[in-house]
Ligand binder design. Structure first.
Ligand SMILES: Nc1ncnc2c1ncn2[C@@H]1O[C@H](COP(=O)(O)OP(=O)(O)OP(=O)(O)O)[C@@H](O)[C@H]1O
Ligand SMILES: [Mg+2]
Length: 340
């Protein structure tokens, strides 16, 4: 987060563990979907969250909004500690934090009109006359570039892109400060994805919104985000400012971000891309030895040193906003500089 920017959301040491429920023969195993993650998002800032499937991105998003209770850790919103608030107190603050899902259709009741779907949060939080209610819906439809004729339509009568705009309108209707976008474009085709991405950028600038943008699309993440957090097996292993997206340092980030196209030849680095396979143990997700101690990536990492299996690396600032959790930083630097 840039100095002087006001933090709208602070997540401290968040953990979300699930029971894998193996049964009485093998005993109960624990999945550490989110494992000690701390992250701050400033007012108006977009933090992109990337990582392979199953690494805990959606769980993190849901837990941040306390749609699921964290196993431990704290969430602070605008200076108020949310974890520990009563249901009623939380409900009042939740209007400032909204979420847009990948498949908005599944979160809509298809028997309701678009006006009813978008307006439902308004009915829960504000007492408005029929006219004022209609005005608010019109205004938010306009913000997502849909005209008022959509008010009386049903979700089944909309295209995927229009439905996603409705999902965004519903998230916007209470004038939130923060929106969690969980793969908001992945069910859409490429041209529509670009339109939604542009819309999200416009809305962010117009309303000063903060986003946590979860996506597999690295180009989209680069386009929308101010900083990018790389997640691996429930842990954030690197946080990069946007300008450094082509200069990741953690071996996992290098593997993941190597597919981001470089715009300018000067930005091309000498970083080698290596092949790595998940170990069998890793693939099971359960009984993973790293869950006790050590770096989560050590089974796939070609630069592993003894310390990696003994201790867990913490995120350290290496250059301004750039943070990396790796014990073998010196070798990573040498590889990137091409002096190895
Ligand atoms: N309710 C649950 N009960 C048990 N395990 C769960 C639950 N929800 C998620 N998990 C497990 O937590 C891990 C993280 O899941 P999550 O959905 O957060 O991953 P993700 O990074 O969002 O993946 P994707 O990119 O595919 O959406 C997975 O191993 C998943 O099986
Ligand atoms: Mg997900």
């Amino acid at each position: 987060m840039k100095k002087g920017r006001y933090p709208v959301l602070e997540i401290r040491n968040m953990r979300k563990y699930y029971s894998a429920g193996i049964g009485w023969i093998f005993g109960r195993e624990i999945i550490k979907a989110v494992d000690d993650v701390s992250l701050t998002i400033a007012q108006g800032e977009t933090v992109g969250l990337v990582g392979e499937s199953g690494c805990g991105k959606s769980t993190f998003g849901r837990t941040v909004l306390l749609l699921e209770r964290p196993t431990s850790g704290q969430v602070w919103f605008d200076g108020t500690k949310l974890t520990g608030l009563s249901h009623r107190q939380l409900r009042l603050l939740r209007k400032h934090m909204q979420i847009v899902f990948q498949d908005s259709m599944s979160s809509f009741d298809t028997r309701f009109t678009i006006a009813e779907i978008i307006g439902e949060p308004l009915l829960n939080y504000e007492k408005l006359s029929k006219e004022a209610f209609k005005e608010r819906i019109k205004k938010v439809l306009d913000a997502v570039e849909l005209d008022e004729t959509f008010m009386g339509r049903y979700p089944g009568q909309l295209s995927g892109g229009q439905r996603q705009r409705v999902g965004i309108a519903r998230a916007l209707i209470l004038n939130p400060r923060l929106i969690i976008l969980d793969e908001p474009m992945s069910s859409l085709d490429v041209s529509v994805q670009a339109q939604i991405l542009n819309l999200l950028k416009k809305l962010k600038l117009r309303y000063g919104l903060a986003y946590l943008f979860i996506s597999h699309d690295l180009r989209a993440v680069e386009f929308l985000s101010d900083r990018i957090a790389v997640m691996y097996m429930g842990r954030v292993v690197e946080i990069l400012p946007k300008r450094s997206i082509n200069m990741p340092i953690h071996p996992y980030s290098r593997l993941l971000l190597s597919s981001v196209p470089v715009k300018h030849p000067c930005l091309r680095t000498n970083k080698p891309i290596y092949e790595t396979q998940k170990s069998e143990k890793e693939n099971t997700w359960i009984s993973i030895p790293w869950q006790g101690a050590g770096c989560a990536f050590r089974f796939r990492c070609p630069y592993v040193i003894k310390k990696c299996s003994e201790e867990r690396p913490e995120l350290l600032h290496i250059n301004g906003e750039h943070q990396v959790a790796c014990f073998n930083l010196s070798s990573q630097r040498r590889i990137i500089d091409g002096t190895n």
